[in-house]
Design a protein around this ligand. Structure first.
Ligand code: XIL
Length: 752
């Protein structure tokens, strides 16, 4: 072999080796740890002992992170498996590894309502809770003295409304358990920093208000608390309100405590689109900026490194992809953005001024509750005409699937209607329910067939639940009653809301869950009367209810709810408008059912074999595209589709009779409506803007109108939100009189 050739070959081998090394250690190229250290911030991740046997994991960990949280193995059930036995073997493995590799450690968690051992039941706690808790804290914190930088002394102490959660320690020791735990932890390791850790406390809400008040009170009492943990388990399909998060960071840092982002992940639905992954990166990036902008913030900790090991798939049905690195430890756009921000100069808190916190504005009209002349008997039986008055609504939006919010196509599977009436301080409700299989044996109450109400009175937010056949669950204090008919088809209930409801507007939502098998812990449907992403239980994304006033009118008060907008999906290529819905563009769009008949007090849409229809919306920079599909077997009764759109001061009201293009309007820009031959599908477009539509919200309505009666008025109008379009006056004082006939109820449409 010639010298030159040998030299070339060896150079090639070196190059190849480098290539292999570089790809095997893709972690190293990120250098997150180095940047975190130069910023003097902890960049952390949750760790389980088994992962430490995986060299890729270890390599990524030691190159990118300078801090770890013990994900599960310091929880009571692991570390204190029986009353007289502490098992430190697994947690020790992690702590030893950390010490050896110069990583700081977070101990997690000394008090929590979850992952507690069986022996820690009400039996031993009744008489001995104080001694048991003290022994645990002295022992565990003592064992790791000097090795733990931060302890989660109290984990998730709040319920969703911001009051103290009724966990095992609260129920046995009262609110004092919190002070005691901090006191004992301080005693056992005076140098460790002591934290209170919570989820759903990131932005402004009743929960984060409760969190702030609690910390303030503990500080003022001299309880040894050093820091607050905000978990940040986020759904990446929604941009968090960073204005509100920044305000929350500001008020917490004013209390003089450290702030840490303790369990960050940003979950996405399976098979995420490129856009979803980009949005995820943006969310991670802004959170990294938050951590750097606030001096009080000392750590950003993700709940795992790679999607290979994450709690998301087993905890959120159909979700995954929440971490910085994919299953093969390849960095995602989020990791790249985090690296970029971490290696730049620290942003200032003013950076977040550009997000103005969203003040509640009304997206859709409130539901209506009619004043009762006579209170119904709550016995699970509809006696006479006790429920005759009142508006009836469907539960049609399956919020378990944000891509397809339509209900099941057969009424037999699950179908329900509800109404609320009131008298004084009491809200009375009737639920009617059709279900082929009722399942009530699951451990987690919410996975059973059950009905939930969500409401807020002032700042006090509540979620209450009744499992089919049972009363209101008693873990949340409900002043009321819930009685089901023996066949589970009727639920009558009453809740005393504590204030005279006359003329009030309150935050409100309802949900019906359907699980069809005792085998699968995860329920199949959860139907709400509004669109959303199943965050009602966090006191977010819920609607409103308006109670009739003394004179019989509905005058809606200031907005107190925040129904999520309908989503229009961005496209770069327009679908072909030919009445054929098979264009790939439609596949990515969210599907919404027409769930409300706005022309009647009975606003329900019966699912007689099939529901009436659904629609999808897309947009490019300046044009909105729509698809309407009729699913009703009797399409003859539908007359036309009506669309209202308003954005940037441009407003159009369009009408397309089945089979025909839009009726002429004065709108100057292009618009078009094309029906399929069988009259079941409509595709339309309307150019609405000169400015880019992306990230702007349009006011919008879409209705499926029925054929006209002899006076020329359509007999029904089906819309995707509750409202009162063209409900004629004349049916009594409660209707129409305060609404001009021309007024149109609109919803929000968020263009992407
Ligand atoms: C999770 C773990 O990641 C899972 O492996 C385990 O099965 C359940 O707990 N809030 C917390 C963490 O404080 O302890 C939880 O961790 C996630 C929610």
């Amino acid at each position: 072999m010639s010298f030159r050739r040998a030299k070339f070959l060896s150079a090639l081998v070196v190059c190849m080796l480098f290539g292999i090394l570089a790809s095997a250690q893709s972690a190293e190229t990120m250098k997150l740890r180095k940047w975190a250290e130069s910023q003097k911030i902890f960049l952390g991740t949750a760790v389980m002992p088994d992962y430490l046997n995986d060299s890729l994991f270890v390599d990524n960990l030691t190159n990118n992170f300078n801090y770890i949280t013990v994900e599960n193995h310091m929880k009571w059930e692991t570390i204190h498996p029986s009353q007289d036995n502490y098992d430190y073997s697994s947690a020790d493995k992690i702590v030893e590894f950390a010490v050896k590799n110069g990583l700081k450690v977070r101990g997690h968690a000394l008090t929590w309502h979850y992952q507690n051992p069986g022996w820690l039941g009400s039996g031993v706690l009744k008489t001995n809770a104080r001694a048991i808790l003290k022994d645990h804290i002295m022992n565990v914190v003592g064992h790791y003295k000097g090795k733990i930088r931060d302890w989660d002394v109290v984990n998730e102490p709040l319920s969703e409304n911001g009051e103290l959660r009724q966990n095992i320690w609260f129920l046995t020791l009262g609110a004092e358990y919190i002070e005691l735990a901090f006191k004992w932890a301080r005693e056992a390791d005076p140098k460790a920093k002591l934290f209170i850790n919570e989820y759903g406390n990131e932005w402004l809400s009743s929960k984060s208000d409760g969190f702030y008040q609690l910390v303030k009170e503990l500080k003022s009492k001299g309880v040894p608390i050093d820091g607050v943990g905000l978990q940040f388990h986020l759904d990446g399909h929604y941009m968090p309100d960073f204005g509100a998060i920044a305000q929350n960071f500001k008020r917490l840092s004013d209390l003089g405590v450290e702030i840490q982002i303790t369990e960050l992940d940003v979950r996405l639905q399976n098979n995420p689109s490129e856009k979803a992954i980009d949005q995820q990166a943006k969310i991670y990036g802004e959170i990294m900026r938050l951590a750097l902008a606030y001096k009080a913030c000392t750590a950003m900790i993700t709940w795992g490194i790679s999607d290979k090991h994450s709690w998301i798939p087993s905890s959120f049905n159909g979700y995954g992809h929440g971490l910085l690195f994919d299953e093969s430890y390849k960095s995602k756009p989020a990791a790249k953005l985090v690296a970029e921000i971490l290696s730049s100069s620290r942003p200032k808190p003013e950076y977040f001024d550009k997000y103005k916190s969203t003040v509640n504005s009304r997206a859709v009209p409130p539901f209506r509750a009619v004043k009762l002349q006579k209170e119904p008997v709550i016995d699970g039986k509809v006696d006479g005409d006790e429920w005759k008055n009142g508006y009836t609504y469907s539960l049609l939006f399956n919020q378990l699937d944000i891509q397809n919010l339509a209900p099941t196509s057969t009424q037999k599977d699950i179908y329900a209607t509800w109404k609320i009436c009131f008298s004084g301080t009491k809200a009375y409700g009737l639920l009617t329910r059709e279900d082929d299989i009722t399942v009530t044996g699951h451990k987690n109450p919410w996975e059973n067939d059950n009905f939930e109400l969500f409401y807020s009175v002032g700042n006090n937010w509540k979620q209450i639940r009744t499992i089919v056949g049972q009363g209101w669950q008693t873990d949340i204090n409900v002043n009321g009653k819930a009685i089901w008919s023996p066949d589970g088809k009727v639920l009558e209930f009453v809740v005393d809301l504590g204030i005279d409801l006359t003329g009030k507007t309150l935050g409100w939502s309802a949900a019906l869950s359907d699980n069809d098998t005792p085998k699968n812990e995860m329920r199949k449907y959860q139907l709400y009367p509004i669109v959303g992403n199943n965050t009602g239980w966090q006191g977010k994304g819920f609607g409103e209810i308006s109670f009739q006033n003394e004179d019989g009118y509905f005058i809606d008060g200031p907005a107190v709810g925040a129904v999520m907008p309908f989503a229009s999906t961005a496209i770069t290529k327009a679908p072909v408008l030919d009445g054929d819905p098979s264009d790939t563009e439609w596949k990515n769009a969210s599907l919404y059912p027409f769930g409300f008949n706005q022309y009647s007090m009975d606003q329900t849409v019966p699912l007689t074999g099939t529901y009436a229809g659904h629609f999808k919306i897309l947009n490019d920079t300046k044009t909105i595209y729509g698809l309407v599909q009729l699913t009703d077997s009797d399409i003859q009764k539908y007359k036309s589709v009506e669309i209202a759109l308003s954005i940037f001061g441009n407003t159009v009201l369009l009408n397309s009779e089945t089979g025909k293009d839009f009726t002429k309007t004065s709108w100057k820009k292009p618009l078009k409506a094309v029906w399929s031959k069988d009259m079941r599908t409509l595709e339309f477009m309307v150019e609405i803007s000169d400015k880019p539509l992306a990230n702007n919200t349009a006011k919008f309505s879409i209705g499926l109108l029925g054929a006209a009666d002899s006076s020329g008025t359509p007999v029904f109008g089906l819309f995707p939100f509750c409202g009162y379009n063209r409900i004629n006056s004349g049916t009594g004082k409660d209707l129409g009189a305060i609404m001009s006939k021309k007024e149109i109820d609109l919803a929000d449409l968020l263009c992407q």
